[in-house]
Design a protein around this ligand. Structure first.
Ligand SMILES: *[C@@H]1O[C@H](CO)[C@@H](O)[C@H](O)[C@H]1NC(C)=O
Length: 243
């Protein structure tokens, strides 16, 4: 590993001095995350990372397996870093890699799962299509849904962030007589964090909780014991009986 280290150091020095085409190339092994090879001119060295480490394509170095920089273990063999822009393309990509996951270029929460072949009849999703459960986002590096959207939202890389639940596929109507999403979920865009009345506060039992422009909660006050409607009131958010 010692001469590898000096090669790497030399490569690093060459690259930081702005050589446009470095003579070295570190190439991940297409099937084994713990291996990579160093290509220089006509020569090629196969190298293994130390135990417990895998080669990161992004960082071009060995990193802790399953650590924050591990972009190999979850990623299927030799999967290119691509996002799918048009639905039709997914068939081609999934044919090449039947177990891959691909981020949806049109939605930071969306992804395509090539293993998902069966689709229920009344599904909102077409074959391979999927979406993280709101408000989770799909982490394109780790290739999984991340519930803590703050960790991913700065890293959507041009994949639009759809804050309103009704803009997501999961909430679209697929049957004729379905309650429109907009009736169920108020839009929190531009609203401050916390509880809000929804519709006319004097007559509405509906309320919502907004967080970071997202509709975290959309609920209705339960009727009070004797059946009188209970209404939501702000600024002190609570359900009250209206007499
Ligand atoms: C992809 O689909 C397979 C098969 O339905 C499922 O087991 C797996 O959990 C899915 N992966 C994700 C990230 O949803």
């Amino acid at each position: 590993m010692r001469n590898i280290a000096s090669i790497l150091m030399l490569w690093y020095v060459v690259s930081i001095h702005g050589a446009t085409s470095t003579p070295f190339q570190l190439v991940p092994d297409p099937t084994d995350c713990t291996k990579f090879s160093i290509h220089m001119l006509k020569f090629k060295w196969e190298v293994s990372c130390d135990a417990g480490k895998v080669f990161s394509r992004k960082i071009s170095n060995c990193v802790l397996q399953n650590g924050p920089y591990d972009d190999c273990s979850n990623r299927q063999q030799n999967q290119p870093s691509i996002t799918i822009r048009a639905y039709e393309d997914v068939f081609n990509y999934c044919a090449q890699c039947p177990t891959c996951l691909y981020p949806d270029a049109n939605n930071c929460a969306g992804f395509y799962n090539c293993s998902k072949i069966l689709v229920p009849v009344y599904s909102r999703f077409r074959q391979f299509e999927d979406e993280c459960v709101y408000p989770a986002l799909f982490d394109a590096d780790a290739l999984r849904c991340e519930r803590d959207y703050k960790k991913v939202e700065g890293n959507c890389g041009g994949r639009p962030l759809l804050l309103y639940p009704c803009d997501q596929k999961r909430f679209k109507c697929v049957v004729a007589h379905c309650r429109p999403c907009e009736v169920t979920y108020p839009n929190c865009a531009g609203k401050s964090d916390g509880f809000h009345e929804w519709e006319d506060p004097n007559i509405s039992p509906y309320f919502t909780r907004c967080q970071d422009g997202r509709t975290i909660k959309a609920e209705r006050c339960d009727p009070s014991g004797n059946g009188t409607p209970s209404l939501f009131s702000c600024p002190k958010p609570m359900c009250r009986c209206r007499l």
